[in-house]
Design a protein around this ligand. Structure first.
Ligand SMILES: Nc1ncnc2c1ncn2[C@@H]1O[C@H](COP(=O)(O)OP(=O)(O)O)[C@@H](O)[C@H]1O
Ligand SMILES: [Mg+2]
Length: 338
């Protein structure tokens, strides 16, 4: 049976052949009478294998086949069409039995005699995967923000707040002893100054973690220098951009380097760490490389996972290469305009 009619005008043949959607047709018995190249790619059956076979058996998963047949029978018996001429999402089946989400429109060809139905099908697995990943990443971003707020509350409560409460007690005591024991008041004031200095240092550290002032004021170059100084391991910066970049790009690059250096200090046991941030055209290339133990994985903890979301949120990409015993390279590419 010639699936694509030899007498078909060339332009209709071309339409069928070049369609990215699977185009299939069946007669009123449910037998396949059309099967274009996209259908071959989508379902895995060649046109010759498909021809004359029952459409339901070829592409409808076993669990849905009864419904498919009942629908056809109902329509042929004069029932109202349920799925004709509208877009529906269904589960379809490939030759190997694997199932996938599919967008489908069925239409009835207007011609005399027994009805013929054409179906247009599109595999939407990738769209579903992308949507699921988008939802998951949004959820992670929200819970990361919640977690950061909780941590901030805890740090403020256990840190600066405790020191300030202590400071208030000390000052109150000093006030009471002012007349009777001036020497003791001197000691109390020294104590109060220490508490105050500690609270100030803690607040400064917290503020830096929230948004580094040096980044806002001076851009990436001085911010990277300050990260390197506080890294706790020797760090060499081989390149950093002189110019200011979009604020979202700067903060993302900053957090990539900050997380990478924290990881190096925590896990790598490296002797050397090199940071390079270089703008090439419209892309900012951020690299942190160490010569430590390697073995870093993207999903292994929350740090790199969170970075991946952060980087993806501005349209960038993040890679980690970390062979055991060789070292770790964390690399981000961030679009930064031209
Ligand atoms: N530079 C590195 N050298 C060696 N191991 C690393 C390095 N960076 C990360 N790792 C490993 O990869 C895991 C994932 O890192 P990350 O996502 O930052 O997790 P965490 O939140 O635990 O820091 C870490 O738990 C650690 O075991
Ligand atoms: Mg980490």
């Amino acid at each position: 049976m010639p699936l694509i009619d030899a007498d078909l005008p060339e332009r209709y043949r071309a339409l069928l052949f070049s369609s990215n959607d699977a185009v299939v047709a069946m007669d009123h018995t449910g037998a396949v009478i059309e099967w274009n190249p996209a259908a071959v790619r989508t379902f895995g059956w060649t046109a010759w294998e498909a021809a004359g076979r029952d459409m339901g058996e070829l592409i409808v998963p076993p669990s849905l086949r009864d419904r498919h047949r009942a629908g056809l029978a109902r329509y042929l018996g004069g029932g109202e069409p349920v799925v004709l001429d509208r877009r529906v999402e269904i589960t379809a089946m490939r030759r190997d039995g694997s199932e996938f989400p599919c967008e489908l429109t069925i239409t009835r060809i207007a011609q005399p005699g027994d009805p013929v139905f054409v179906g247009y099908l599109r595999d939407i697995t990738e769209r579903h995967t992308a949507e699921a990943e988008l939802h998951a990443s949004r959820a992670r971003i929200v819970s990361a923000a919640d977690e950061a707020r909780r941590r901030l509350e805890r740090d403020l409560h256990d840190g600066a707040q405790q020191h300030l409460v202590g400071l208030a007690l000390t000052l109150r005591l000093a006030r009471r002893k002012l007349e009777t024991d001036p020497a003791f008041v001197g000691e109390l004031l020294d104590e109060a100054l220490v508490d105050l200095a500690t609270a100030t240092a803690e607040l400064r550290e917290l503020a830096r973690g929230l948004h580094p002032a040096v980044l806002t004021e001076g851009g990436l170059k001085p911010a990277l220098v300050s990260l390197a100084k506080r890294a706790g391991v020797p760090v060499t910066i081989t390149a950093s951009p002189e110019e200011r970049l979009d604020a979202r790009v700067e903060i993302t690059a900053y957090f990539v380097v900050a997380e990478a250096l924290t990881n190096v200090a925590r896990y790598a046991e490296a002797t050397q760490t090199v940071v390079s941030v270089r703008r090439l055209g419209g892309v900012l290339h951020v690299e942190v490389r160490d010569d430590g133990r390697g073995g870093a994985t993207m999903g292994g903890g929350s740090g790199l996972r969170g970075l991946l979301d952060r980087v993806a949120a501005i349209g960038g990409t993040l890679f980690v290469e970390s062979p055991e015993g060789v070292g770790t390279l964390l690399r981000a590419e961030l679009p930064c305009g031209s």
